[in-house]
Design a protein around this ligand. Structure first.
Ligand SMILES: *Cc1c(COP(=O)(O)O)cnc(C)c1O
Length: 408
């Protein structure tokens, strides 16, 4: 191995066992009552949000994108920590409202919103991020039918791309948002419809570890929005410039330089404030807030040898954690950080491949990775698993039982 994972320090080790929220992993597994399971640590997530807030300009609002981890208890914990929630389905809208977030601090994005979704969003009073001209018309009709004025922002598909993003979601032909050059006409149309214009939403991409690329995109987002706002029927009150803050998953990746991002954001916020002082700047973050505070835990069922290689066959796999198997958007499969949670430091080590019980060669959690020599009954831990885990996985595939989730 030439590139290794950055040392993971978010969870301490005691008596050779990983500790989550001060509880030994072996004991936590007993408390959960089964493997596999996801565990999310409150303290880690809370301090992540606090550290972010301390760095960012105070006037920038931080929203949590529920898609990253919609576990109701976690979303509830998040509600008082952030300024708002971003949802992208009526299921997520329900989770956000149930968690006690004020509707005025919830925004609803996503292409192809159904009339039933638009209706409940308008009835709830949340902000619609309009993804097309047709959606604007439908929202206006629904507002009329309900005798309400829907609050609406336009999601813009800018001309520029977010460089170095793991997943690009803006620039060129996209299913997201409205092409920037069509937005002025849409704004003029909006003036004649019964909609309350709030501002713009731009989300260029996700999983970015380059502070300079993020800063450049944020600056361009502010500039473009200020231009577009000149055609708006009323002042721009809100500008959501997305986020895309990445977390290190793979060997050789380094954590995002948050100080550099914060500096760029200060500049962007100043630019916005000098021209449009009434505009609230919003960041929406998913994985950056929750990914590193979560682990996925499964148990070794069998050690198997094939052609001189060790396979650890576990009770977990891609049906629970698609991203760790490399099948959630990765082009070349790379290993998530993995360890034997009850043999963290001591004992012999070996190269092994960790797989699940599914009858498909895709069911790999870690390939040729150096681990403590594990025995049946040992606990395999996949780190960086607090986002895009359970709900981003095909849990019905092959009919095995689903994992549990705990917030500790
Ligand atoms: C998925 C998504 C997010 C969250 O992305 P992360 O990479 O988890 O930060 C934020 N905003 C929108 C519009 C999204 O689609």
């Amino acid at each position: 191995m030439n590139a290794t994972h950055a040392e993971l320090r978010q969870f301490p080790v005691q008596d050779d066992c990983l500790q989550i929220a001060g509880i030994a992993l072996t004991r936590l597994a007993e408390r959960v009552g089964q493997t596999p399971f996801y565990a999310y640590e409150r303290k880690h997530i809370q301090s992540r949000v606090a550290a972010l807030r301390q760095m960012l300009p105070a006037r920038v609002h931080v929203h949590y994108a529920i898609k990253a981890n919609p576990m109701p208890a976690l979303v509830q914990m998040m509600a008082p920590l952030v300024d708002g929630f971003d949802v992208a389905s009526s299921g997520e809208l329900k989770t956000a409202l149930d968690a006690g977030m004020a509707p005025s601090h919830i925004s609803f994005a996503g292409p192809g919103k159904r009339d039933t979704e638009l209706r409940s969003a308008v009835a709830a009073g949340v902000l619609l991020h309009l993804e097309s001209e047709q959606e604007m018309e439908r929202a206006a009709h629904i507002g009329e039918a309900l005798g309400m004025t829907p609050r609406a922002a336009i999601r813009v598909n800018p001309e520029f791309e977010l460089k170095h993003a793991g997943m690009k979601m803006g620039g060129g032909a996209r299913q997201f948002g409205v092409d920037a050059q069509r937005v002025p006409a849409m704004l003029r149309k909006m003036a004649s419809l019964g909609l309350d214009f709030q501002g713009f939403h731009l989300f260029c991409g996700a999983q970015n570890l380059s502070a300079s690329a993020i800063c450049e995109a944020q600056r361009l987002c502010v500039q473009l929005s200020l231009q577009l706002a000149e055609c708006a029927p009323s002042p721009m009150r809100m500008l959501n410039i997305g986020g895309g803050f990445g977390v290190p998953y793979f060997p050789g990746e380094r954590a995002l330089d948050l100080a550099a991002v914060a500096e760029g954001l200060h500049t962007a916020a100043q630019l916005l404030c000098s021209t449009s002082p009434q505009t609230q700047l919003v960041l929406e973050l998913g994985r950056y807030l929750v990914a590193e505070g979560g682990i996925y835990v499964c148990r070794v069922q069998e050690r198997k040898f094939s052609h001189g290689q060790v396979f650890l066959i576990t009770d977990g796999g891609l049906h629970h954690h698609l991203a760790a198997s490399g099948n959630f958007g990765q082009v070349l499969r790379k290993n998530y950080p993995v360890a034997i949670g009850n043999r963290m430091r001591a004992g012999p080590r070996e190269m092994a491949t960790v797989v699940g019980p599914l009858c498909t060669p895709l069911d790999v959690l870690a390939e040729h990775i150096e681990l403590a020599r594990a025995m049946p009954g040992d606990l395999v831990v996949v780190f960086q698993s607090g986002a895009y885990g359970l709900t981003a996985s095909p849990i019905a595939f092959l009919g095995h039982p689903p994992p549990l989730e705990v917030l500790v």
